[in-house]
Write a protein that binds this ligand. Structure first.
Ligand code: AMP
Ligand code: GLY
Length: 430
């Protein structure tokens, strides 16, 4: 698209590393738009005009977009989408990238998505649905372990238990159905077969029946090196994920992406936004683990630097229903994002630690902010579990990792913690 046809002001909703990556990408667009963010964080404030409206304050965000004359809104996190932010913005005549509340159910309800996948013959783990304990426990006893128990509804990544033993699975079922452990996420549950293989994240820009697949990436969900310890929002990512060979990508597109986009459109869901497909590469072929209806964090931080296409142009084309025939250009080379978290995350962690970042960063390295803020004295301090993301691009993954890790060492805050093995699995393969 001609840069003159792109929006002149964009509001990004959210406050994490993903949103910082989007803000920087939009700020670098040849269209030179004004970039706004709500609520943003201390680092985003250097690249966008930030407004203290929370990401789940739907009415406040619509009001902000109107007042600031935002010509385009790009929504980062899932919560406002589930609350109908995209519907409300569309109602106010503001183009938005991010699905309607109906579309967001693909992330918000695991039972809804599982039924859709089964109905349309899209490969996924076999599953059964339960709303009461006795039947669920009976079913469990008829299955083999390991087995996976999932609570319906958004549970901030905590609604999935991969149970190694029957005892563990029984406890998960009781906790979810009776314990109200997962808030409104509980009650309805799914019990599904455990899939084995490597996971990959496929981000797809969707507009109705049209779609564009973004470069592959792989997240590192566990807190500890060697994929040990509890699940987190994501501790690092790299792109491309070479485990997805061209032949596998072809199979993923043919058996999963194309039928999923068609299934969603044919169910009457007018989906404009990112369909993030979590895939397990099993010996029987790729299978869907989950859908998210937004960009991944930290996958986005590793994928966007590889696009030679202007991301604003791509997302605007999606919002305008102009994705048919759209081709993206991808830069050769590799990108990595290493997340610096506060020690204790994903459980209890301190905040308010002073952060020092070198003023001059090496070429091809960027520091994206997630949980950062300014204290009363104006100092940069930690304010969340995931604090910063260090991204680097290079001709090889080894070089990208080396660059990112050198910068991780040169950043200081008292509670700094990070995984030392982002990308290691792929590096071991070469
Ligand atoms: P979900 O929120 O559905 O992606 O689940 C979170 C994580 O649980 C996934 O990223 C997988 O690591 C794991 N998981 C979910 N479903 C399964 C399954 N059927 N088999 C094995 N692991 C799974
Ligand atoms: N990195 C996984 C997610 O964004 O859900």
């Amino acid at each position: 698209m001609n840069p003159a046809d792109l929006p002149r002001s964009i509001l990004v909703v959210g406050s994490g590393g993903r949103e910082h990556a989007l803000v920087q990408a939009f700020a670098a667009s040849p269209a030179r738009p004004r970039v706004l963010c709500a609520p943003g964080n201390a680092g985003i404030a250097a690249d966008a005009d930030c407004f203290p409206v929370k990401a789940d304050d739907v009415a406040g965000l619509v009001e902000l977009a109107l007042r600031e004359k935002a010509e385009f809104v790009v929504v980062g996190p899932e919560a406002p989408l589930s609350l109908g932010l995209a519907d409300r913005l569309a109602g106010a005549g503001i183009p938005v990238y991010g699905p309607s509340a109906k579309g967001a159910r693909l992330e918000a309800s695991k039972t809804f998505t599982k039924r859709l996948l089964i109905k349309h013959g899209i490969p996924t783990a076999d599953a059964a649905f339960f709303g009461e304990t006795a039947a669920a426990l009976d079913y469990l006893r008829s299955r083999r372990t390991p087995i996976v128990v999932k609570a319906d509804g958004l549970a901030a990544g905590k609604g999935v238990v991969v149970a190694k033993t029957l005892k563990e699975a029984e406890a998960a079922v009781k906790g979810m159905i009776e314990g109200g452990k997962f808030g409104t996420g509980g009650r309805q549950i799914l019990i599904e077969d455990c899939l084995e293989g490597e996971e990959t994240s496929i981000l797809v820009v969707v507009s109705g029946w049209e779609y564009v697949i973004l470069p592959t990436s792989q997240d590192h969900k566990r807190i500890g090196d060697g994929d040990k310890g509890p699940n987190t929002g994501g501790m690092g990512a790299y792109s491309p994920a070479e485990v997805v060979t061209p032949a596998l990508m072809e199979a993923i597109e043919r058996t999963i992406v194309r039928p999923s986009v068609a299934a969603i459109a044919s169910e009457g869901i007018d989906f404009c936004g990112t369909l993030f497909i979590g895939i397990m590469l099993t010996a029987q072929g790729p299978k869907v683990l989950e859908f998210n209806t937004r960009f991944g964090d930290p996958e986005t931080q590793a994928v966007l630097p590889r696009l030679a296409t202007d991301p604003l142009d791509l997302l605007w084309a999606a919002a305008k229903g102009a994705l048919g025939g759209y081709r993206i250009k991808v830069r050769p080379g590799y990108a990595i994002c290493v997340v610096l978290s506060a020690m204790g995350y994903p459980e209890y962690y301190p905040t308010g630690d002073a952060i020092e970042i070198p003023l001059v960063l090496p070429a091809d390295v960027a520091v994206l902010h997630a949980g950062t803020a300014r204290d009363a004295a104006g100092r940069l301090v930690t304010a969340g579990g995931r604090v910063l993301g260090v991204t680097a691009v290079a001709g090889s993954l080894a070089e990208a990792a080396a660059r990112a890790y050198r910068t991780c060492e040169s950043i200081h805050f008292a509670s700094k913690y990070y995984r030392r093995d982002i990308g290691a699995r792929q590096l071991r393969r070469v």
